[in-house]
Design a protein around this ligand. Structure first.
Ligand SMILES: [Zn+2]
Length: 395
């Protein structure tokens, strides 16, 4: 992967180039940035450049034997370290090496992957991931070996926040690494990295991607322009989220969310159960995208109620829904429903049981809608009830 292959982040690329030009290459550098900003691909492309046999002024060549090996994640001088679980039935202590096959597959599928994608790729269920002492000793002994084929040896430490106390074993190496050895750390949560590690590392801040970079990347990848505009609208500078939305069936979140609200308005228990089971068995990351989507759609309902303004970027089905549902979105019901979605997202982040999270979300939304109906009933003793009898909610 070359730097040129990575969308946007011109500022970060310029900083990396400056470092290389001046010959002052930090021996420990942390790529810190939010999900979907491109920090892992940036670190890898930088490693490829450092290790390239015929590096250009601005980038690696992308063609030499070294570049090709880095690209396939098989270069012997590029040492990957990331948190893992122990393999079932294996007594050996777990290490990144035992999981490289799964990692290559997951990274090739999505170079912007994050912690939860990795958990899913490893089928970790409720198991704890960590970077063990055993792994740290392995790094030390690998770096002690002198023979190598590249210009540099690189340790790429992804999800560096999972390096617990064992990380202290690496302090001396971080401070005074062997000649031509570079540590690249990557993290979405730099505040959780051991302070002893952090103080020995130069931090490179990778900001969220700008919307235009996301748009042009998606268009280059061949996605239809109309859908690209819609997805970029709620990607929040997160290419990971944008790609995920692209690969879902259009409006899947929309259909699921609209069904949820219809069910919460009043329905049969069996249908609720079916919805909960189906939604609960969806991938964790996709469900977080679902919560984001819900927040946006509710906000759109609220705006419509007050301004009667429709927004581009929504499908006609969604716009219809907004018109019909907006009478139920008052300031208090919006606040309650937002809280329900945010709580669900938080629980998913903390690895809560997915079906249970979705069940609770359903009850919270049902409660918010019931409270709203009560408020409207009270108000309607003075004037006729204007809402709630449309075809959408009559069924
Ligand atoms: Zn090369």
């Amino acid at each position: 992967m070359k730097l040129a292959d990575i969308p946007g982040q011109e500022g970060v690329k310029a900083l990396l180039r400056q470092g290389l030009e001046s010959g002052r290459i930090p021996h420990a550098q942390l790529f810190a940035g939010p999900p979907g900003s491109g920090k892992l691909p940036l670190a890898l492309a930088y490693a490829q450049w450092l290790m390239c046999h015929q590096p250009g002024e601005n980038d690696s060549c992308g063609e030499c034997a070294s570049c090709r090996k880095v690209d396939k994640l098989i270069h012997p001088d590029l040492h990957w370290v990331f948190p893992v679980i122990s393999r079932q039935g294996e007594s050996e202590k777990p290490g990144s090496e035992q999981w490289m096959r799964e990692f290559r597959q997951a990274f090739t599928q999505n170079p912007h992957l994050e912690y939860n994608d990795w958990r899913e790729a490893m089928q970790a269920d409720q198991k704890q991931l960590n970077i063990s002492r055993h792994e740290c000793y392995a790094i030390l002994s690998k770096l002690g070996l002198s023979a190598f084929e590249g210009r540099y040896k690189v340790v790429l430490l992804w999800l560096a926040e999972y390096l617990g106390d064992a990380g202290n074993l690496l302090l001396k190496m971080l401070e005074e690494p062997p000649d031509r050895t570079v540590f690249l750390l990557v993290s979405s949560q730099p505040e959780q990295i051991l302070p002893t590690i952090l103080s020995r590392t130069r931090t490179l801040r990778v900001p969220p991607l700008d919307t235009d970079a996301i748009k042009s990347h998606l268009l280059d990848a061949g996605y239809p322009a109309e859908r690209v505009a819609e997805v970029a609208l709620f990607a929040d500078g997160n290419l990971h989220k944008a790609l995920q939305a692209m690969n879902e069936e259009p409006y899947e979140h929309g259909r699921r969310f609209m069904t949820l609200l219809r069910l919460a308005y009043g329905s049969k228990a069996t249908e609720v159960q079916r919805w909960v089971n189906e939604a609960g068995d969806t991938g964790r990351e996709a469900l977080k995208g679902f919560m984001d989507y819900g927040l946006l759609l509710l906000r759109q309902c609220y705006l419509y109620r007050h301004l009667q303004s429709q927004s581009n970027g929504w499908s006609s089905e969604e716009n219809d829904f907004v018109v019909k549902f907006s009478p139920f979105i008052s300031a208090p019901s919006l606040a309650a429903m937002q809280e329900a979605l945010e709580t669900a997202a938080y629980r998913l982040e903390r690895n809560g049981h997915q079906r249970l999270v979705m069940h609770n979300l359903f009850f919270d939304l049902q409660e918010a809608l019931a409270a709203e109906r009560k408020r409207q009933m009270k108000a309607s003793t003075h004037r006729p009830l204007a809402v709630g009898s449309g075809p959408l909610f009559g069924a």
